[in-house]
Design a protein around this ligand. Structure first.
Ligand code: GLN
Length: 532
């Protein structure tokens, strides 16, 4: 096998330019050309992982098969490449410092002063090369979080400078910047890009390719100007124009020959012409829906589009699979608690109650579920959404008005959702939930068994509480069935109401496994049921 090659993607001028999408798109094209590619995200903050971060701070926390709580960009990586990521694909400054300081305490650096250069930068380089060292990948694409010029990003840029110096034939840097359009001047402006590249140069890094995010097409003159001022050839100035869906970006990058240019700079053959038949078919279906449905997503972080990223993307995948455009209505669970709050759900073809933590907005979630159950509207509950469905059923069908989860009320006389045995005594918050993939066995002849077309599945988790099996018989005899169990512990993973058009609650997070090529069957069936 050839040596592993490294591509670094940095961002300039401003955040939110879509570095994750451009990285995923390039990786997709390289994969389609026959290369084995993986994507990695380096996050310049001091938290060990985003698991302890509020969604308002950081958007969704994405969970991998191996139970890592990671940046939401890893979700894009999996959705685009259709290959699972792992803990090694997301590294934070917190994790880097933790390793270095642990080594220092063990005496590994005995006698030496431990410094950012070389010790922190060495640890960053080790984490980057770790993915390349296992012979599994031809190309490792590493996205550096933050914006060039941030103090936090400096050690990462320095590590990239060193790697480029050590492996001049095996590393390239792609810098993503913004070319704003000034309507007063009637012009696209390249100065921010020039300054951003200058900043990289000050740190010793010459970018090999520039990807320019723009609202308007770049003229030849603009491309020439950027090439001249930033020391790159014309082919290495890539336009990334705004598009209606992120899934068009790979096709756009292909048109701009980003993949071919990157391969040329890495001294790699262009390989096969990318086979993107399925991808194009997906984009076509997405852009030409035959039907429309409105699904209300009830949660407490709805002001923030990124908080439920994997769920909204899974609904996009499922919509395209059914040739249905899903209009996603974000409904704040606390607004449902207000007078006439249920009016917010009017006209919903389906209701999805989101995952979450803590008491705020719980009543709104429970009311939404009661509405869906009684009005026979398709209902999908995920994690806390499933737990709320159980509480709702206990209160309004079993008649236990004070039923609750012990997360919300430790002293409830009817703890239908309770802390998992293994969680009792856990005091630390970071990385201590039930995380990652666990097997689940489905009951025969149930809705979910039909949907999955198999009885042994595996799904990812992120929770501390579970269905309390002391109440199982009572629920089952009143019409809420447990239809999926963990085969080792008996933990209830799925509840259903068979006497309802579509009512499914899952303790796990199916949204993490939905990809363009493999839309998740639960989402596909849920969206389909919303049309009926
Ligand atoms: N708060 C609930 C628990 O910890 C649900 C978690 C979630 O929705 N991810 O069990």
């Amino acid at each position: 096998m050839n040596r592993t090659k490294y591509i670094f993607v940095t961002g300039g001028v401003t955040s939110s330019l879509g570095k994750g999408i451009v990285s995923s798109s390039l990786a997709k094209l390289l994969q389609a050309r026959g290369y084995k590619v993986t994507l990695q995200k380096l996050d310049p903050y001091l938290n060990i992982d985003p698991g302890t971060l509020n969604p308002y701070e950081h958007g969704e926390c994405y969970v991998t098969e191996d139970g890592a709580e990671t940046d939401l960009d890893l979700g894009h990586y999996e959705r685009f490449l259709n290959v699972p990521t792992s803990q090694d694909n997301n590294v934070t400054t917190g994790r880097i410092y933790q390793s270095v300081i642990t080594k220092e305490r063990k005496g590994d650096y005995l006698g030496k002063t431990v410094q950012i250069i070389p010790h922190i930068t060495d640890e960053i380089k080790r984490r980057i090369k770790l993915l390349g060292s296992r012979g599994k990948y031809d190309i490792v694409l590493t996205e550096i979080g933050g914006t060039v010029g941030d103090i936090e990003s400096l050690p990462y840029i320095e590590a990239v400078r060193q790697l480029k110096w050590e492996m001049p034939n095996d590393c390239i840097v792609i810098h993503l910047t913004l070319v704003p359009y000034l309507s007063a001047a009637g012009e696209l402006k390249t100065k921010p890009t020039q300054h951003s590249v200058k900043m990289l140069l000050e740190n010793g890094v010459q970018p090999d390719i520039l990807v320019l995010r723009t609202e308007r097409p770049l003229t030849i003159d603009i491309r020439k100007k950027v090439a001249l001022f930033c020391n790159v050839d014309m082919q290495s100035v890539i336009e990334s124009i705004d598009v209606s869906t992120i899934y068009e970006v790979p096709l756009l990058m292909k048109k701009e020959k980003l993949d071919i240019t990157a391969l040329r700079k890495l001294n790699l053959a262009s390989g096969e012409e990318p086979e993107l038949k399925k991808w194009k078919q997906f984009v076509r279906r997405l852009s030409n829906p035959k039907h429309h449905v409105t699904i209300s997503l009830v949660g407490k972080y709805v002001e923030l589009g990124d908080a439920y990223k994997s769920i909204s993307e899974a609904l996009v995948h499922a919509g395209a699979a059914n040739e249905i455009k899903v209009n996603l209505r974000m409904v704040h669970s606390e607004d449902i608690e207000k007078e006439n709050g249920l009016d917010l759900l009017q006209g919903s073809d389906g209701i999805l109650v989101a995952p979450g933590f803590g008491e705020r907005g719980i009543l709104g979630k429970i009311r939404s579920i009661q509405h869906a159950r009684e009005q026979k509207i398709p209902f999908f509950g995920i994690c806390l959404g499933m737990q709320c469905a159980v509480i709702e059923f206990a209160r309004n069908v079993l008649g236990y008005q004070q039923a609750n989860s012990t997360e919300m009320n430790r002293k409830t006389p009817y703890p239908v959702i309770d802390l998992m045995e293994g969680q009792k005594g856990v005091v630390e918050k970071g990385g201590t939930m039930r995380l990652g993939a666990y097997p689940c066995t489905l009951e025969q002849h149930t809705r979910v068994a039909g949907i999955y077309s198999e009885l042994h599945i595996s799904e990812r988790h992120r929770h501390r509480y579970e269905f309390n099996n002391d109440f199982l018989d009572e629920f089952q005899s009143h019409g809420m069935k447990a239809t999926g169990f963990n085969p080792d512990t008996g933990l209830v993973e799925i509840v259903e109401i068979p006497d309802h058009p579509w009512f499914v609650g899952v303790q796990f997070h199916p949204e993490y496994k939905s990809t363009v090529i493999n839309p998740h069957p639960l989402f596909v069936d849920f969206v389909k049921s919303c049309l009926k």
